[in-house]
Design a protein around this ligand. Structure first.
Ligand SMILES: Cc1cc2nc3c(=O)[nH]c(=O)nc-3n(C[C@H](O)[C@H](O)[C@H](O)COP(=O)(O)OP(=O)(O)OC[C@H]3O[C@@H](n4cnc5c(N)ncnc54)[C@H](O)[C@@H]3O)c2cc1C
Length: 698
């Protein structure tokens, strides 16, 4: 499977966008919106924006909280999503939520999408929605992209790539499906038995499906997978279309199951897991209250993601918000560039793209200055391979000659360090973590309580009770631990329950680091971008450059030291020798503690009960098939976002979104093939298999 996404092969014919590859129009030539509303909205029982009856938008399985998950094959011009979004706005109650999950193999760029969507005059009233979608449309990068609108109550999860490859590793349940690929005769893959098996697997009893196609092969396949198929009049004079309803518990075997020790329930927030064949399961289990312990970037982003799903969130911090590692004056926001692919590089790349989108949406400070990463000649071949594996478009990530890198950086790069050139990362930049924390916390459903050190936490009926050191207690259905880490002895105030039962197997590691703010008198040229390779220098603010960072395991005291300033100046000398030669002066410094684990991936997900987990999987050492396994015993409603190491400004956002997905049972923003690299129990699994505890399970 090539890493790069297909570029759509398109042309305009009489004002209508056509796919040359499929010899088919993207939208009905007789009115895209009318067709989509008829087939996909009304065909699935949802009212269109102008309809008197909002249909399913107004009623959600007998509960007042309406949360809809709609799947789509073929995002195309986005007209179906846009029409549904407008209808949802018009009809759904204020606390309703919409998750739209759409697979697209060859995404259109923003300009083409806008033009195509607006080529139908009936779409003119939706022009503001088209513009909003086009503004945040993801880069042409394979994988999962999450976007949110209307304060987070409308979530769009775009799965860019091959339909089978993606749905196989996505474990979600849709209430309705829209099959909107190019016609079955011209795009067989999208309508294949395997693809429709995946659609059926991602349903529950009562899920509906609609498609403009009335082809008998499509109807027969849907019937075989358990849908009751009805043929009804089509749109724009077409004789027939298909509306279908799932009638039996779907066969989910084609979704690649995680091993039981990594299997987490669809809704991990209350006592019982949601069964995929209960139409209303998500609504019964929707939590409404949460406590987040820790107001660094991990806690603030988790609070925000939960608040945007309608929960009331209390954030407790032992000190002040952004007083731990997130107090760093500036931070680099960039993917982890390495000449090899690993779970860590994949997670950080995914997290980077996600963080950029959320930061822009919530108004977090971001200087998108780009990054130049000098590459040693010996590594060049590896980097070329890595770039090919990443599959990012050339304008986002490319290897250039040293002269070009110097031109982009705005100042000569060290020739010893980069005899061959450098990687350019267009969308990288810098941020101010404390202001990012404040931006994330600025939501009416979030209450911040500072100077509340948490001493204990214990389960109560339907949730958790959090005891503060001063005797106050706080109750909620969901608790997220975002205290950076729980290194034994280093944080004696850590909750007993955590130290004893929840995460004792995680080998946390603490590293002290220092950033130095340096000015260079009379410098002819300063960097316009971040320059980074085993140390970094950021573009100047108020005439001073932020350089870093030091790494020290032995000494964890945080006051900044001249010794570390000298190390940071050394980074500038190595990366930007001409600049470093210009009378450097120290303008300030900051030091903090990074908390990480040995595989350098953050911890994000539900916390398992250590004792019960050990008991359930005691026989793991004898091999994965040695026993009948039960699902991983999670502590319902307890989640952790920890160990963000030296990349927290990137990874915190993805961890937060994943936890909110898991707490609320919404489709996950991380595919199942990457999930085990994030889950807290990975170290425990390794230990039970007889491997060293300081490594994650494979
Ligand atoms: C020198 C240095 C440079 C860095 N540079 C970068 C960079 O360029 N890019 C990047 O992405 N990342 C960088 N990082 C890493 C980044 O700063 C961290 O990954 C991130 O801030 C971690 O956020 P956090 O919320 O997990 O932890 P923290 O910000 O440490 O927040 C944890 C919070 O939990 C609270 N807490 C702890 N115990 C309790 C309790 N019992 N009760 C209540 N509250 C409690 C603390 O008071 C604290 O506010 C750098 C870090 C350092 C030290």
């Amino acid at each position: 499977m090539p890493a790069r996404l297909s570029i759509p092969d398109i042309e305009w014919r009489d004002g209508v966008l056509f796919s040359r590859a499929h010899d088919d129009a993207y939208t009905s030539q007789r009115g895209a919106r009318v067709e989509r509303e008829h087939v996909f909205l009304r065909g699935n029982g949802f009212g269109a924006e102008g309809d008197a009856d909002g249909g399913r938008w107004m009623h959600a399985a007998g509960t007042e909280r309406a949360r809809h998950v709609i799947g789509e094959l073929g995002f195309g011009t986005g007209v179906t999503f846009l029409s549904a979004w407008a209808a949802f706005r018009a009809h759904a109650p204020a606390d309703a939520q919409l998750d739209w999950v759409s697979v697209e193999g060859a995404p259109l760029d923003a300009a083409t999408l806008s033009c195509a969507a607006l080529s139908d005059p009936a779409m003119a009233p939706l022009a503001p929605l088209v513009a909003e979608l086009a503004r945040v449309l993801p880069a042409h990068v394979r994988g999962i992209h999450r976007r949110a609108f209307d304060g987070g109550r409308v979530r769009l999860t775009l799965l860019f790539g091959d339909v089978l490859e993606l749905l196989t590793v996505m474990d979600f349940t849709a209430d309705a499906w829209c099959l909107d690929g190019f016609s079955p005769a011209r795009n067989a893959e999208m309508w294949s038995e395997e693809a429709l098996a995946q659609v059926a697997a991602h349903t529950h009893v009562g899920s509906t499906l609609a498609t403009y196609s009335a082809a008998s092969a499509v109807g027969d396949r849907l019937s075989a997978f358990g849908f009751r198929v009805a043929r009804t009049p089509g749109a724009n004079g077409k004789r027939e279309m298909i509306s279908a309803t799932m009638e039996r518990a779907p066969d989910r075997k084609c979704i690649r199951a995680l091993p039981k020790w990594f299997a987490v329930p669809a809704v991990a927030s209350t006592g019982s897991a949601a069964a995929p064949d209960e139409a209303s399961s998500r609504n019964h289990h929707a939590p409404s209250t949460a406590i987040v312990i820790g107001a660094g970037i991990a806690g603030a982003t988790a609070a925000r993601a939960l608040a945007e799903r309608g929960l009331r969130v209390t954030v407790l911090d032992a000190g002040r918000a952004a007083s731990g590692a997130s107090a760093a004056p500036r931070a680099v926001l960039a993917p982890h560039l390495a000449s090899w692919q690993s779970p860590q590089t994949r997670i950080v790349a995914h997290a980077f793209l996600h963080a950029r989108a959320v930061m822009e949406r919530i108004g977090a400070p971001l200087d998108p200055c780009g990054m130049v990463h000098p590459v040693n000649g010996d590594d060049e071949w590896g980097y070329q391979q890595a770039i090919a594996d990443w599959g990012w478009p050339d304008d986002m990530l490319r290897l250039v000659q040293a002269d070009d890198a110097t031109a982009v950086a705005g100042t000569p790069l060290c020739s010893r360090e980069s005899p061959e050139g450098a990687l350019l990362v267009r969308d990288a930049g810098t941020t101010r973590p404390a202001d990012t924390v404040r931006a994330a916390l600025a939501h009416p459903a979030i209450t911040l309580r500072e100077q509340v050190p948490v001493a204990r936490l214990h389960p109560i009926a339907g949730g958790w009770r959090v005891d503060a050191e001063d005797g106050r207690t706080f109750d909620a259905q969901v608790v997220v631990i975002a205290t950076a880490g729980i290194p034994a002895g280093a944080l004696p105030e850590m909750p007993e329950a955590l130290a004893s039962d929840a995460l004792p197997s995680v080998p946390f590691d603490a590293t002290r680091g220092q950033l130095s703010t340096l000015s260079f008198d009379g410098a002819a040229a300063v960097p316009h971008t971040v320059v980074s390779a085993n140390g970094f220098a950021m573009p100047p603010v108020d005439g001073a450059i932020c350089a870093g960072a030091t790494f020290e395991h032995e000494r964890l005291a945080t006051p900044a030291t001249p010794h570390d300033d000298a190390i940071n100046l050394g980074h500038v000398e190595r990366l930007l020798p001409e600049l470093a030669a210009c009378a450097p002066a120290r303008r300030g410094a900051w030091a903090g503690i990074r908390t990480s684990v040995h595989d350098h991936c953050p911890i994000a997900g539900p916390v398992v009960a250590d004792g019960a987990f050990r008991q359930a999987f005691a026989r793991l050492a004898h091999g994965p098939v040695a026993a009948q396994w039960t699902d991983a015993p999670v502590l319902p409603g307890l989640f952790a976002t920890l160990a963000h190491g030296s990349r927290g400004t990137c990874t915190a956002f993805l961890a937060a979104e994943l936890i909110a997905d898991m707490a609320c049972g919404t489709p996950r923003c991380v595919a199942d093939d990457l999930l085990p690299a994030l889950l807290p129990q990975r170290f425990l699994v390794r230990e039970l298999r007889g491997g060293p505890r300081d490594r994650a399970a494979d």
